[in-house]
Design a protein around this ligand. Structure first.
Ligand code: DGY
Length: 322
């Protein structure tokens, strides 16, 4: 029997590629940079499944180009704002993602960013390399305290919980803003405005939706404490970049770190790159060896279940089964 055809938009860690090869006839985009839109539209006709990355826009046009035999779109990410879920659901196409797998890696990275900005680690390292380290001094490179400080978590799902768990080890007070979430790790629910006003560190853990687009804007920065540090490891579009620039440039807040930006990659002429109180990383919070391997296995399990017409281990649009 012929194996089903699938299109894979990037080379995944080896274990995932092997699993696909065992069960499917696959076409893989070989480059590190994403396939162009034309490339995707050319490659998908006739496939039963697409395995996409967060950089690949999979919308109604792509689904239509693929054809009515397309059963599954498996995203190699927990976030799925690159996929038109409504269009997939209308066509009965299952959409899978990888929740749970990258929780700890992402929380570790968000926490590392908090420590790096709070304790001015990059600035300190630059001081040494540029020959400006002259002595030890009571007021040199003073940073934030963590014990007793308040961490505000906007979004209290899996990664929010993992942040609260880490914060409890640092004896921090934790607030969260998330209408549907249950308390955990001594974190206390708070209205968003209260969280913005009382937090020393604010970390974003919500998906990108119409409601969260530019959730952190000028009015949010105006509520923050002057020593506040903002961390974004969720999606770039949750923070208004112009408002962030003003807040940091005018020292309205102490600092920020972004692992995600609007757009990605951030153009080299972005004014954000002028700021010395901002760290920007290239969307690598989940980039640890085991996490990326496990994401591949989960994404392939979703793909294989979908092409067999079985329920996906992690489905975004379970309505298609109703
Ligand atoms: C995701 O899975 O949505 C992350 O952004 C990838 O690191």
């Amino acid at each position: 029997m012929q194996k089903p055809r699938v299109y894979i938009t990037r080379v995944l860690p080896a274990k995932g590629m092997q699993l696909i090869q065992d069960h499917c006839q696959m076409e893989v985009w070989p480059d590190e940079l994403p396939p162009s839109r034309e490339e995707i539209l050319t490659r998908v006709p006739g496939v039963a499944g697409i395995l996409s990355l967060l950089t690949d826009k999979i919308d109604a046009e792509v689904m239509k180009a693929a054809g009515s035999q397309l059963r599954v779109i498996s995203n190699y990410a927990v976030g799925y704002n690159n996929i038109d879920i409504k269009a997939a659901t209308e066509r009965g196409i299952a959409v899978g993602n990888t929740p749970g797998i990258l929780t700890d890696a992402t929380a570790d990275f968000a926490f590392a960013l908090m420590l790096t900005v709070g304790r001015r680690i990059l600035e300190a390292a630059r001081t040494v390399r540029s020959g400006q380290w002259q002595t030890w001094g009571p007021s040199i490179l003073l940073g934030s305290d963590f014990v007793g400080a308040t961490l505000g978590l906007i979004g209290f799902g899996r990664i929010g919980h993992a942040m609260a768990k880490r914060a409890s080890g640092f004896d921090m007070r934790v607030l969260y803003s998330d209408a549907g979430a249950e308390p955990a790790y001594d974190a206390k629910a708070a209205h968003l405005d209260t969280l913005l006003r009382e937090s020393d560190f604010i970390s974003l853990h919500v998906p990108l939706t119409a409601d969260t687009h530019h959730l952190i804007s000028t009015s949010a920065f105006e509520k923050m404490k002057s020593n506040a540090i903002l961390i974004n490891t969720a999606r770039g579009e949750i923070v208004d970049p112009a408002a962030l620039y003003d807040a940091l440039k005018n020292r309205r807040i102490f600092g920020a770190a972004l692992d995600v930006t609007e757009p990605e990659p951030l153009p080299m002429d972005s004014p954000l790159l002028e700021l010395d109180n901002l760290i920007i990383c290239p969307h690598i919070a989940s980039a640890s060896v085991i996490t990326r391997e496990n994401m591949a296995i989960k994404a392939v399990q979703n793909l294989l279940a979908g092409i067999r017409g079985e329920p996906l281990p992690n489905i975004v649009n379970p309505q298609i089964y109703e």
